[in-house]
Design a protein around this ligand. Structure first.
Ligand code: GRF
Length: 215
């Protein structure tokens, strides 16, 4: 399944996807990496892996999100993209764009949603005093960081943690969870049905304490 990864920065989750997609039986192919910022470090990772890249600089469009998305959409069509992964993509998408890709677009968020949508999730989790934190891969729906979860992974909050140590512990799980979820999506084992996620195949039978389902 030809997949585009949308990024805005470092691209470590992109790196995890590239590594997973190197396996011959991985069901998704990295067809395009698109960034809304030309200086995103993730673009370099893509180039090194020989993946086509595109930059649609969102600053050029001001508040005209529809015009920005029209250009993004043109790049996706040109590369015959079927699935979209938002991996550290820092732009809110309009409802028409989300509707067009509904069921085919997933996002990774660094918290156990619906707790801590938005930014600075690790500092906010520490400030709230939670014992468990983690990450969520979900289908994108029109609300920001909303949409049903395909999988979540939890990590403990440990004494002495600061936002950086907690972020690193969560990121390790992100790098496991996102490639697993994309594989399920590409194989049709994670499907959006009437606003809920239906899991099937080996995935549907799995369950686990730290990641649910287990990747
Ligand atoms: C990750 O924590 C992801 O969950 C969030 O933005 C961060 C992106 O990191 N949406 P990277 O660019 O994949 O390294």
């Amino acid at each position: 399944m030809r997949t585009a990864v949308l990024i805005s920065g470092r691209g470590s989750n992109l790196g995890a996807l590239i590594a997973a997609a190197a396996a011959p039986d991985y069901p998704a192919e990295m067809a395009l990496v698109l960034s809304n910022r030309g200086e995103a470090a993730g673009l370099e990772r893509a180039r090194e892996a020989g993946i086509p890249t595109a930059v649609v600089d969102s600053r050029r469009f001001g508040r005209d999100r529809a015009a920005f998305e029209a250009e993004v959409g043109a790049a996706l069509s040109a590369h015959r993209v079927r699935l979209l992964v938002l991996a550290g993509f820092m732009r809110v998408l309009t409802q028409p764009f989300v509707r067009e890709w509904q069921g085919r677009m997933i996002n990774i968020h660094p918290s156990l949603l619906p707790a801590f949508p938005g930014l600075d999730t690790h500092a906010r989790a520490l400030a709230a005093g939670v014992r468990l934190h983690g990450c969520t891969v979900h289908f994108v729906s029109p609300g920001v960081d909303e949409g049903p979860a395909i999988a979540q992974a939890a990590v403990p909050v440990l004494p002495g943690d600061d936002a950086a140590t907690l972020a690193a512990r969560v990121l390790e799980q992100e790098h496991r969870l996102l490639p697993a979820c994309l594989a399920w999506l590409a194989r049709g084992e994670a499907v959006l049905v009437g606003g809920a996620v239906r899991l099937s195949g080996a995935v549907g039978a799995a369950s686990g304490a730290l990641a649910n389902p287990l990747p």
